[in-house]
Design a protein around this ligand. Structure first.
Ligand code: GLN
Length: 389
């Protein structure tokens, strides 16, 4: 049968193997079956009313036209000051920061601005589901490396072995989605070694969960390390930091040279990011406590959920950050994780994300991802249902 690219398949498609993202699929299933949605990562509790008021105020004051293509300068100044304060980084807001419609968009733009056809990009699996299509749509090649199981650490020996003259980038993500793993000192040392020995390799660092880090661990931001930052695009999200994932606003920090290329792509994609929201954040960011208190807040949610889950047959896999906690269900079922996740939604009314969807090979370790960024009541109701299994 002949396909046209507009049938969503066939030789004309730029992404013939790409399906609807698992987050959309699982959220839709949750709605259909009126299940508690611990799948897609978003909070179900209220965000700051003060921040909402600031957005309203900015709209009423007339900040409703295009923002600067790089983002509101006042907000870039705030972000540069934050980067200095938290990570000791000297960031020039004029040349090194661009506001974007979300963190995912920042990652896409970073890859698109540097990849040439045939370039190789090292991706660690399980991998956030946008990375690989982002690489393929640019005619580049993902080089997949599986993290260890169940510790989810990076096998650096394999990374060294898989670097070739075509390796253009490495994507890192800490705190990690879907596993909640975080990078440590050793990982940073390995990265330094790699960029020192390979002058053509860049890093895309997805740090959207920078503040959602637990147990006193340090967020190993690339912004802490000038020799890495020089070669990196570092991507952030306001949605995760201010409990407003639907606002779709984020930003990228990079060295001036890389940012120049990033902006070439950005200005002809969305041109600029929603204006009134930027005015609101520029003011709200004076309140440092809003993000400094976030790790503790989310850790208490993780702990609360873990306690509730203790009575179930699910076995936890440690999570040190992000919105997520993975659980093994190998004591419950031999079904593959997609089938099991579907059954959990239909029969028990709890929706999760099967971790095989973060592997190209659909590697099935019998693990589900649960989002615990929810009200206590939501988590309690979900656990009650899961206790029946
Ligand atoms: N980052 C969110 C998650 O991992 C989902 C974002 C999206 O749906 N695109 O659940």
């Amino acid at each position: 049968m002949q396909y046209s690219p507009f049938d969503g398949g066939g030789s004309g498609s730029k992404l013939p193997d790409t399906r609807t993202t698992i987050f959309t699929v699982m959220s839709q299933l949750a709605i259909e079956h009126k299940a508690i949605n611990l799948g897609q990562g978003f909070p179900d509790y209220a965000m700051s009313q003060e921040l909402i008021a600031l957005v309203n105020q900015a709209m009423i004051q007339g900040h409703n036209q295009y923002a600067h293509t790089y983002g509101l300068r006042l907000l870039r100044d705030q972000l540069a000051a934050k980067a200095k304060k938290l990570y000791g980084a000297n960031i020039n807001p004029e040349t090194q920061i661009t506001l974007t419609p979300g963190g995912t968009y920042a990652v896409y733009t970073a890859l698109t601005s540097m990849l040439q056809a045939g370039d190789e990009v090292i991706v660690f699996e399980p991998a956030y589901d946008s990375y690989i299509p982002n690489i393929i749509v640019n005619f580049a090649k993902p080089v997949l490396i599986q993290m260890t199981f169940p510790g989810y650490s990076i096998p650096w020996d394999e990374v060294h072995r898989k670097i070739t003259s075509r390796t253009k980038a490495i994507i890192i993500n800490s705190p990690h989605n879907p596993t909640g793993a975080v990078l440590k000192d050793d990982d940073i040392e390995q990265l330094k070694l790699i960029v020192r020995n390979n002058k053509n390799i860049f890093i895309v660092s997805d740090e959207v969960y920078e503040h959602l880090i637990f147990d006193g661990m340090l967020h190993q931001s690339i912004l802490r390390y000038p020799e890495l930052l020089e070669r990196s695009f570092v991507c952030f999200s306001f949605g995760k930091t201010y409990n407003c994932t639907g606002w779709k606003i984020g930003y990228c920090i990079a060295s001036p040279g890389l940012m120049k290329e990033f902006r070439k792509v950005h200005q002809y994609n969305c041109f600029s990011t929603t204006s009134f929201v930027q005015f609101a954040f520029a003011e709200f960011m004076d309140n440092e406590d809003a993000y400094l208190s976030l790790g503790k807040f989310m850790q208490s949610k993780r702990d609360f959920f873990q306690k509730l889950m203790q009575g179930t047959k699910f076995n936890p896999i440690p999570s040190y950050g992000s919105y997520f906690q993975c659980y093994s269900y190998k004591n419950i079922s031999v079904e593959n994780d997609m089938d099991f996740a579907i059954r959990l939604t239909k029969e028990y009314g709890v929706t999760t994300v099967p971790v095989s969807s973060f592997y190209q090979s659909k590697k099935d370790d019998k693990v589900l991802r649960f989002c615990f960024a929810k009200k206590e009541e939501t988590l309690k109701n979900a656990a009650e249902r899961l206790l029946k299994i």
